[in-house]
Write a protein that binds this ligand. Structure first.
Ligand code: NAP
Length: 259
């Protein structure tokens, strides 16, 4: 975005992401859905993609009914074939990909002593290897365009570690290293790569912890509340839009939990 374009956006003449095509993985619900909603509001053409086919189509329909240009393309981010099909569909539909948000993720928490190899591998596959697999075909398109914005959804756990999350912390720390490396390798092609590290955000993922644990964590958050998916979406929008001179960064969005 040039300064002139930014001025035009700020004056309210043009949505910030007009004509941009964005893929958001795991966007059937939670943080991914909030990111998709924010991008639609700013004029992007949005691809809702999720392992859950029904959720994927329901969310795509909801955003379309709200006036967005949206398609729903189911895709399991751990399976290369389905990823390639999803990317082909996007190219056939809109001919380009400007923004990729690697958001799909799972937790399989347990103290290290009890953590099984299956729990370890599922989290590494879904939260880390997935970013490798999805970014591969997408970055080829972005390279040809000489434009791309890649935003990886990491976690404060990837920076600070957390009890019961050796698998998740390793995956998210890996994602941060991946982010910084792609930022270096692709800057010359005008592709930026940044990470957003959410703290404690109110979604189905954290609901599973139960009321008692949740209120204990909230006691330690300086801003005094859990984050909302929209708080993460706002940070993602910065990297997707005006943050054009920012690459290789990790932005913690955690209400001050890890000041
Ligand atoms: P969520 O509510 O559980 O949503 C995650 C979405 O990803 C779900 O729709 C899920 O589908 C989908 N998904 C799971 N595995 C997938 C796969 N293999 N392929 C495609 N989609 C898949 O989680 P969230 O809280 O929104 O989290 C989104 C991202 O933020 C994750 O990367 C998470 O690690 C990160 N994060 C969250 C928090 C937090 O406090 N919530 C904190 C730090 C980081 P299903 O419906 O089938 O499960």
């Amino acid at each position: 975005m040039t300064t002139q374009q930014l001025e035009s956006v700020l004056e309210g003449n043009k949505p910030m992401l007009a004509d941009k095509v964005a893929i958001i993985t795991g966007s059937g619900r939670g943080i991914g859905k909030a990111i998709a909603q924010a991008m639609v509001q700013q004029g992007a053409k949005v691809v809702i993609t999720d392992i859950n086919e029904e959720l994927c189509q329901t969310t795509a329909k909801e955003l379309k009914e709200g006036g967005g240009e949206v398609i729903g393309v189911p895709c399991n981010v751990t399976i290369s074939d389905t990823i390639e099909k999803m990317v082909e569909t996007v190219i056939k539909t809109w001919g380009r990909i400007d923004i990729l948000v690697n958001n799909a993720g799972i937790t399989r928490d347990d103290l290290f002593i009890r953590m099984t190899e299956d729990q370890w591998q599922a989290v590494i596959d879904t939260n880390l290897t997935s970013a490798f697999k999805v970014t591969k075909p997408v970055i080829k398109v972005m390279s040809k365009q000489r434009f791309g914005r890649i935003i990886n959804i990491a976690s404060t756990t990837g920076v600070h570690g957390n009890f019961g999350q050796a698998n998740y912390a390793a995956a998210k720390a890996g994602l941060i290293g991946f982010t910084k490396t792609l930022a270096r390798e692709y800057a010359s092609r005008n592709i930026t790569c940044n990470a957003v590290a959410p703290g404690f955000i109110e979604t189905d993922m954290t609901k599973a912890l139960g009321e008692e644990k949740i209120s204990k964590v909230v006691e330690h958050i300086p801003l005094g509340r859990m984050g909302q998916p929209q708080d993460i979406a706002k940070a993602v929008m910065f990297f997707a839009g005006p943050g054009e001179y920012v690459t290789g960064q990790v932005l913690k969005v955690d209400g001050g939990l890890y000041i």
